[in-house]
Design a protein around this ligand. Structure first.
Ligand code: NAD
Length: 319
């Protein structure tokens, strides 16, 4: 898709991945509207959008009118969500409202005022639960391990219905763990890696739970490129992976090396987390790569360097 002059609405655009996407789209000459409620328990941060020429609409998908913000959109990228797994277990109804019901409100508003917009939806590998084998392709059974995976699956399926029933082009990207500038680092609500980044920058030890689990981390700019590429893919569901798999222990070593120093302690998984942990994950994203030509460009070591360099001068604004 030629993004120059395209009108693109990003829900959750003040968050970690949404703001990376906003940067990429502005760079391509798109006219970007961000819809975001700036919810404090998420990765929302005004600093994420600083200096970017985007229209910001402060609205909550759960209850504010959305039609005006969506009017005339060529594409809608839906990232707004509740992403905390433990948070979803503590408040499953809140999680359902924020992920499923809010998505339905967005869908109905889009029917009214952006009937021709293509949609790219941010889904998650969490839907698969504990993988039965690695790597995980799209035909792996969906087996949600927590309430968040249930609500995120519902959101994805509502969008896919829009394609099946109403013919709207919809691509859903089931993302692996992502990292990079703009990550929520004040705690481990968004991801364990955020808190690791904070601790290592503060010169404090961070905790590695377990250590042998593998992850295929995706750098934010690569994920933003994937969202752009997704607009040209045939409608449907695609996995999105990242770097070659790395154990959490090796990831901890890589982070310390990228920082030029740091300490960590390996601990048993806290029991309440162990109950919803998915073990090791690696995506088979060959379908997406074949459909779009996308491939990650930023190796893990470089991504960690860039992330630390980006946070170092502005850490206080993220605490
Ligand atoms: N970050 C990852 O590693 C990862 C992995 C898999 C899937 N995802 C998916 O990618 C998307 C973006 O994740 P992120 O890490 O950037 O999260 P984030 O918390 O940084 O950003 C989410 C943004 O959505 C906004 N938001 C949430 N609910 C809203 C509502 N009801 N109305 C308006 N705005 C609302 C928040 O204010 C925040 O700015 C999510 O859908 C998430 O499930 C992320």
């Amino acid at each position: 898709m030629d993004w120059h002059g395209a009108v693109v609405v990003i829900t959750g655009g003040a968050g970690f991945l949404g703001s990376a996407l906003a940067r990429a789209l502005v760079g391509q000459g798109a006219r970007v509207t961000v819809i975001d409620a700036f919810l404090p328990e998420t990765g929302a941060n005004a600093a994420n959008l600083e200096g970017l020429d985007v229209r910001v609409v402060r609205a909550d998908l759960r209850h504010d009118p959305l039609e005006d913000a969506l009017a005339g959109a060529d594409a809608i990228v839906h990232l707004a969500a509740q992403t905390s797994h433990m948070g979803s277990q503590a408040d499953p109804r809140g999680d359902l409202a924020q992920n499923a019901d809010a998505t339905l409100r967005l869908i109905l508003a889009a029917r009214a005022s952006a009937p021709d917009a293509r949609v790219i939806h941010a889904s998650t590998r969490q839907l698969y639960g504990r993988p039965r084998a690695l790597p995980v392709a799209e035909d792996h059974p969906v087996d949600p391990p927590d309430a968040n995976a249930v609500s995120k699956w519902a959101a994805e399926q509502y969008w896919l219905l829009e394609h099946k029933v109403h013919g709207r082009p919809v691509v859903s990207l089931r993302l692996t763990n992502c990292y990079g500038p703009g990550l929520r680092v004040k705690d481990h609500r968004q991801t364990f890696l955020g808190l690791w980044v904070r601790r290592v920058l503060e010169g404090e030890p961070f905790e590695v739970w377990g250590g042998d689990q593998t992850r295929d981390l995706a750098y934010a700019d690569d994920v933003a490129e994937a969202f752009l590429a997704a607009a040209g893919a045939p409608p449907g569901v695609y996995n999105l992976g990242g770097s070659p798999p790395v154990s959490l222990r090796d990831l901890a070593e890589a982070l310390v090396a990228a920082n030029g120093g740091g300490r960590y302690v390996v601990k048993e998984f806290p029991p309440e987390r162990a109950r919803i942990d998915i073990g090791s994950y690696v995506a088979d994203d060959s379908r997406f790569r074949a459909a779009t030509g996308w491939a990650p460009k930023i190796p893990l070591d470089e991504g960690l360097h860039r992330t630390l360099d980006w946070f170092r001068p502005r850490l206080d604004r993220y605490l």
